[in-house]
Design a protein around this ligand. Sequence first.
Ligand SMILES: [Zn+2]
Length: 264
Amino acid sequence: MPLNVRFYAIRLLLAAALPGIFSACAPAHHQKLLDLTHDFGQETIYWPHNKRFQWEKTDWGMTPAGYWYASANFSASEHGGTHMDAPIHFGRERRTIDQIPLEQLTGPAVVIDVRSRCSGNPDYELTVDDVTAWEAQHGRIQDGTLVFMLSGWGSRWSDPTSYLGSMTPDDPHSLHFPGLSREAAELLVSQRAVRGVGIDTASIDPGRSRDFPVHRLLNEANIYALENVAALEQLPPRGATVWTLPVKIKGGTGGPVRIVAVLP
Ligand SMILES: [Zn+2]
């Protein structure tokens, strides 16, 4: 093939291939994204006696050299605000937060809406019937799904008295908010291979729990939990892809997580 013809052929090939390459790499602007994360600040709710979010500016202004410079320090418990519980939280020798495979952090998500049952009962626990009723309407929960329980408690954020269901929210034995039942957790762990479970309350176990069976069941099976999830009411019952990317603390038992849904 003469050189100029070969160049022409290569140009033709590139012209055909490049748009495909770019459409695969470029951000898909038609996709609707939803942030399921509360911001971190002074109002952020933490579990009783856990270190709250602290943020202090160390630099904030024009330098003598004439350029702007801003920086700050932060510290907090791993378990507060919108966060992930790594399997080691309640599962001995299970994965720490940095060890959770990326494949487990992205994939399909479903929302089981039990707001009507929770509204009059702050101690409501998601039942096996709630899960099977959802499946009768929307289809069986597929392997690798992230299951969200929507209690409606997200609208109480960030008033600790209302959100934690107690006039003494610093007392862990006084809390009342919805969570999962042990039986529902058993179903999701042993009969559906879920990749994670999330909720719009402070804990996947209901507030009045003393021995945290849901945490123990999930974490023992290397399944993570997401707590204090925001804006769940805007997520469809099924069809969304959800990314949950926690801070990668080496050996961490949990940590703040940014949760982003790609809506169908
Ligand atoms: Zn936690």
